[in-house]
Design a protein around this ligand. Structure first.
Ligand code: ADA
Length: 552
């Protein structure tokens, strides 16, 4: 399943997950699980290049069908009976391919996948995380009727009497000229019906539905109150399509230097988490995702940052249900200046912004959007680039604050652009200075340079430790003891500082990095996890638990 709930009752859906055939350019074939990454196949543990996933699809009837992909890493070309029908770039957002008038019977579906670093890839580059290869998220086939509900975008406004108004932007499109359509919407015990005009083939039709004065329970931290939007499309009284979305009612706001959730200031106690697991790689199933969230809840955390790309919608669904706040960001980590100035980059990052928001806007857990982690925010060009991306996010979703995680300490010129000022800092690890002293200096400079009057988040703080390396007396760097000491000092300084609205520890678990980073990263891993890649706690686990739980 693409989500943690059923999205359709009328539209007929078939999962295409399971074992596919994976063929290398040399002709060698392997059975490969979908969703999954080829690095779990021993021969392909470090394979970078192209490969083709193949399987047959049997259609029960002649019909228009939609192929839906949750994510393919990192470039996909989709072939149907040998015909190229769709291309997509970027492992972390989904895409669809429409096949009109597909005949009943057996069809060949193949996906050429490429995870190599090349001039056509500006977001996936050698980096401090690993670019896996494969179909990393679920795939499904949808049988379509003469018209379909493409999306139901939701936001809510709270009334002074505590009730909420729901605003749903609906998009319907016809696969052939169609009339006699009626759209019915149900939400939180309230219903509305809209008769649609005649729709022209492939011309999406958008309209807004508002439901007023809804008596609903608020979505909140550790209290994931959720409601289903059930949209049904009727043609002359017969249901021909439907769509189910899941939403929550809450208010997120920035008030002066405070981040507010449901009119209360929130303190973020969070983790940066990559989609990476020692055995499963990038393609974690909901069971493994839930294990991570249960560890975070045990640690006293209330938030997660999807460093440095949009996450699997099933993970976001779990955060919705558990009441865990999400900082979601698009796909960019410390990209070099020459890439940031490429036309191709501007297109690929803009596509990522559009897809991220269109696909994830209904998740109540997402309280803020982030862009361009640790990119060039100290230059004029950087200021233009950040403004462009932040404004695109604001246009796509004016209901949430936006920010970016900076590492341009004492040189950043982009703090005027954001709703929340966010910095990644590593005092006592990369910077040999007492944490509270460094923090004081940085906060002073920030307030002098544009942050005054805005909330501040520490979006990264942490230290490395090679799992299992102990040094009881010297407590040398890379030992678990030293990591625990540093995190203790860092968290005490940050969590006791009233100017700061919260912190995200770098990071939850150790992750693989690109080979090109090996000389900076023992084990060719980023070892700053408080658990290792198999989720075995390090000494710092109990320190973090004590610090976070003291705050909850
Ligand atoms: C940066 C970056 C992270 C990671 C971290 C580190 O702040 O955003 O992706 O590389 O540093 O481990 O140094």
């Amino acid at each position: 399943m693409m989500r943690m709930f059923k999205e359709h009752r009328v539209r007929h859906i078939e999962s295409l997950d399971g074992i596919w055939t994976l063929k290398l350019p040399c002709g060698v074939c392997y059975p490969a699980i979908v969703p999954g990454v080829w690095e779990t196949i021993p021969d392909l543990a470090a394979y970078q290049g192209k490969a083709v996933y193949m399987r047959n699809v049997v259609l029960e009837t002649d019909s228009d069908v939609l192929l839906r992909f949750g994510g393919v890493s990192h470039t996909a070309e989709v072939f149907w009976d040998g015909q190229s029908i769709k291309q997509h770039y970027n492992a972390f957002t989904g895409f669809e391919a429409l096949i009109k008038k597909a005949g009943a019977g057996v069809h060949e579906l193949s996906i050429e996948v490429d995870n190599s670093f090349n001039e056509n890839s500006t977001l996936h580059i050698p980096n401090d995380y690993y670019t896996y290869g494969g179909i990393n998220r679920p795939v499904e086939l949808q049988y379509l009727g003469s018209a379909m509900i493409r999306s139901q975008r939701f936001y809510s406004t709270e009334n002074s009497d505590g009730t909420f108004d729901a605003h749903i932007r609906v998009c319907v499109s016809a696969l052939a000229d169609t009339n006699g359509l009626r759209y019915c919407l149900e939400l939180a015990g309230s219903e509305k019906t809209v008769d649609l005009p005649e729709l022209k083939q492939d011309e999406p039709y958008e309209f807004e539905v508002t439901l007023n004065k809804l008596h609903v329970r608020k979505w909140d931290v550790r209290d994931g109150q959720l409601y289903f939007i059930k949209g049904t499309l009727y043609k002359h009284g017969t249901p021909i399509d439907d769509r189910i979305d899941r939403v929550g009612f809450r208010t997120v706001a920035v008030e002066g230097e405070k981040l507010m959730l449901n009119h209360r200031p929130i303190k973020i106690l969070g983790f940066n988490r990559h989609e990476d697991h020692g055995q499963l790689g990038l393609s974690m199933d909901p069971g493994a995702m839930m294990c991570d969230l249960q560890l975070m809840l045990d640690l006293g955390a209330n938030a997660v940052r999807t460093c440095h790309y949009p996450n699997d919608p099933r993970f976001l669904d779990l955060c919705d249900e558990l009441g865990i706040l999400v900082w979601e960001e698009h796909h960019a980590r410390a990209l070099p200046g020459e890439i940031l100035r490429k036309e191709l980059f501007l297109k690929q990052i803009s596509d990522c912004n559009e897809e991220m928001i269109r696909q994830h806007v209904n998740h109540p857990s997402i309280y803020i959007w982030g862009v361009l982690n640790e990119c060039e925010s100290e230059t004029e060009y950087g200021h233009w680039l950040y403004e462009k991306n932040l404004n695109q996010l604001r246009e796509l979703d004016p209901t949430r604050p936006v920010s970016f995680a900076s590492c341009r300490h004492f040189t950043d010129v982009c703090m005027d652009l954001v709703d929340v000022v966010s910095f990644n800092i590593y005092p006592a690890w990369y910077v040999n200075e007492p944490v509270d002293q460094y923090l004081e200096r940085l906060l002073h400079w920030m307030d002098e340079s544009g942050a005054k009057g805005k909330p501040v988040l520490i979006t990264e703080i942490g230290a490395g430790a090679i799992a299992g390396y102990h040094d009881t007396f010297r407590r040398a760097k890379w030992s678990e003891e030293r990591q625990a000491d540093i995190l203790d000092e860092q968290l005490q300084a940050v969590l006791s500082n009233e100017r700061i609205s919260g912190v995200y520890i770098w990071q939850f678990a150790d992750v693989k990095v690109s080979e090109e980073w090996a000389m900076r990263r023992p084990r060719t891993m980023n070892n700053k996890g408080i658990v290792d890649e198999y989720r075995r706690p390090k000494l710092s686990y109990s320190i973090v638990k004590r610090c976070f739980r003291r705050k909850t």
